[in-house]
Design a protein around this ligand. Structure first.
Ligand code: NAD
Length: 353
């Protein structure tokens, strides 16, 4: 499989989005976040999405250059309508607004709706943690397909509705929770197909409730995903409903129950930022979170097993490794990227041997 350095991949991605009509600053931001997803070990939401995002621009589903509308604005709250902007750009602007409001008001919530796919949800809470704040993101994945069934069902009722939370840790990887409320992200099933592999057991069922492992059955809409927890997924189902309400109803975007226009992905997101120093002193916060990290690391494991990780260390370890070793891309994904770049007249870097 081709291995491409992060820097080359960023340049390629930026050039493609600029050629597709994005302002250069936005193209730079999109490229940085997309490649960061690969670096942080989430290839499912990295550059493999580039051809799809570019197609959405070409088909007029996503606007490469648009202004957001402020629907509601108070000192601590806002709702933004992104007017079909690129997801990464709109979600970043919404998080920047949430951080600035939390600086003034100690806690803020900002909803953003009517935007394309925002990629790796964890990227946005990480922005708050980089500034010493706690960030949360709830994303209702409205759009063409309800691909996740409620607990006990065999029919899709919503999509993968991810949740992320990020807490700063002094001189260490931030504590980062970042996952779909379905058993895995849907793109991991598409990724399994590209790798010629089966989906894991417990990810999908068919309309008769029988387990399914063939990724093609999911693409053909013959199988639906189970909520987080798989066959015992009532808690994942509950979390998915939480996201549908927080991000769907509280932003005014609605839910799959009332969704009429299913032509576009709408990664409607509800962001919360908290300034921890408004509650406890910075010294106390740092001392306590470092003690918690150390305490969890000190957990005994079974002989031969790797040490316990803190949520977010997987991403930190992947990034340190991939910055050095490069990013490995599946052959069909690399072919699709090359084709998309060629259509825009953008030169493609040569993978490293
Ligand atoms: P996943 O199953 O890969 O789990 C990731 C989480 O598990 C992270 O918090 C990570 O730090 C933690 N983790 C991994 N290994 C660990 C270990 N050994 N010990 C402790 N914690 C560990 O997540 P997923 O549900 O497959 O989601 C993958 C990506 O897909 C995420 O970045 C998510 O934001 C993204 N996603 C995006 C959308 C969208 O519509 N934009 C939808 C769904 C998912």
């Amino acid at each position: 499989m081709p291995n491409v350095r992060a820097e080359a991949l960023r340049a390629l991605t930026q050039d493609c989005f600029q050629a597709a009509g994005c302002p250069s600053g936005d193209a730079e931001l999109i490229a940085r976040l997309m490649v960061l997803s690969n670096l942080r070990g989430h290839d499912s939401h990295g550059v493999r999405q580039m051809p799809r995002y570019l197609r959405n621009i070409q088909d007029g589903h996503t606007m490469p250059h648009t202004e957001m509308t402020v629907v509601r604005d108070t000192p601590s709250l806002a709702i933004l309508d992104a007017n079909r902007a690129m997801g990464h750009v709109a979600a970043t602007r919404a998080m920047e607004l949430a951080i600035s409001k939390a600086r003034q008001m100690h806690i803020s919530a900002v909803g953003v709706r009517n935007l394309d796919h925002i990629g790796r949800i964890g990227a946005y809470p990480e922005m708050a943690a980089e500034q010493g704040m706690v960030g949360l993101c709830f994303t209702a994945t409205l759009g063409p397909a309800s691909i996740v069934t409620p607990y006990g069902g065999v029919q899709g009722r919503f999509a993968t509705n991810p949740i992320s939370a990020c807490f700063p840790v002094p001189q260490g990887d931030p504590v980062l929770l970042d996952f779909a409320t379905s058993v895995v992200a849907a793109n991991k099933i598409r990724q399994a197909l590209d790798r010629g592999k089966e989906a894991d057991e417990g990810w999908m069922i068919d309309r008769q409730g029988r387990p399914v492992r063939d990724p093609q059955a999911f693409i053909d809409r013959e199988a639906v995903m189970l909520p987080l927890g798989g066959p015992r997924g009532y808690k994942g189902y509950g979390l998915a409903v939480l996201v549908e309400i927080l991000a769907g109803i509280l932003t005014g975007a609605g839910t799959f129950a009332t969704l009429r226009d299913r032509s576009n992905t709408n990664n409607v997101s509800f962001l919360i930022v908290i300034d921890p120093t408004a509650l406890v002193s910075r010294e106390y916060y740092e001392r306590e979170i470092l003690s918690l990290v150390e305490y969890l690391h000190d957990t005994e494991v079974r002989p031969g097993d790797p040490p316990v990780l803190i949520p977010g260390e997987y991403e930190g370890n992947q990034q340190r490794q991939r910055e050095v070793e490069g990013i490995v891309i599946e052959e069909p994904v690399w072919n699709a990227i090359q084709e998309a770049a060629a259509n825009l007249g953008v030169a493609v870097p040569t993978p490293v041997p």
